[in-house]
Design a protein around this ligand. Structure first.
Ligand code: C2E
Ligand code: MG
Ligand code: MG
Length: 265
């Protein structure tokens, strides 16, 4: 449609014109109650429309080639921000979400090698989040890129686990370290018996496969406590920390109860 084309044009200019902003949401380890990484979540600061959420422009970017410069921008700024936390004495990781087209493009491997070297960030400080449907789109090709990323030392995780139709046969072959349980199961797990079973089974599945497991969408102390009982490794959610602007992440790190041990010097 005309409106969509206009928005796409505006998005292209926005990526070049500093209208993209990253928000960072803490990931908290359930064993020691401490932050170990932030997830980068992109927003579009539109001059007239205000802050636009990713659900409204990522699909547009994915329909065009804009997803390439957008992902490069997010990766570069996430790596740069991670370096800044390190320089302040916080040895944290950063996670970035990828789109299916990024996995079909082998240039991403060289791009990432270059960016990590440029900002002097160890590869294992970076995690890339991919979804099941992204892999199932073209499993052989995805596997090839994922193997190269893993060889660089980058961590890979499966986002929104349980919502796609992944084959366990592929899961077994993927060089992933982490499964992220989708928030739709986590937020209802105290009231819905089936959600509770799904969360519990996913934690066991992950652990039996030797994977780390993260619950997303933790909105209350009760869910947090239940995840501890179930042996989940880490969690993310509004109860622990909302997505925040980079400068607020520093204030949060300096004052938060979830970050007492994060400072290394
Ligand atoms: P995601 O990667 O699964 O990110 C989690 C989403 O859940 C984020 O929404 C986050 O703000 C929200 N969230 C966090 N804690 C809670 C909670 O306790 N309760 C609830 N109800 N929601 C919570 P956001 O920032 O709107 O991002 C939505 C999706 O957009 C992301 O889902 C991701 O798939 C995509 N996305 C975000 N940034 C990027 C990006 O840079 N590149 C790509 N390709 N996709 C991105
Ligand atoms: Mg994610
Ligand atoms: Mg998710």
């Amino acid at each position: 449609s005309q409106q969509r084309l206009e928005l796409m044009g505006a998005l292209g200019r926005a990526i070049q014109g500093q209208q993209m902003v990253l928000y960072f949401q803490p990931k908290i380890n359930l064993r020691d109650n401490q932050i170990y990484a932030f997830e980068a979540l992109v927003r579009w600061q539109h001059p007239e429309l205000g802050l636009i959420p990713p659900s409204e422009f990522i699909p547009l970017a994915e329909m065009s080639t804009l997803i390439y410069p957008l992902t490069r921008w997010v990766l570069e700024h996430s790596i740069r921000q991670c370096r800044a936390w390190h320089q302040l004495g916080f040895a944290l990781g950063v996670s970035v979400n990828l789109s299916v087209r990024n996995l079909m493009d082998e240039r991403i491997v060289a791009d990432l090698r270059r960016m990590l070297a440029l900002y002097n960030l160890p590869a294992d400080a970076l995690e890339l989040e991919i979804t099941e449907s992204m892999i199932m789109h073209d499993p052989e090709r995805a596997l090839k890129v994922l193997d190269q990323l893993a060889d660089l030392g980058i961590n890979l995780s499966i986002d929104d686990f349980g919502t796609g139709y992944s084959s366990l046969a592929y899961l077994k072959r993927l060089p992933v370290r982490t499964l992220k349980i989708d928030y739709s199961f986590v937020c209802g797990m105290l009231t819905d018996k089936q959600d509770q079973i799904i969360v519990h089974s996913t934690i066991n599945l992950a652990h039996n496969l030797g994977l780390y497991v993260v619950a997303e969408g933790v909105e209350s102390a009760e869910v947090w406590a239940e995840l501890k009982d179930l042996g989940c490794d880490a969690a993310q959610g509004f109860y622990l920390g909302v997505p925040m602007h980079a400068r607020d992440s520093i204030d949060w790190l300096n004052s938060g109860i979830w970050s007492q041990k994060a400072k290394t010097d």
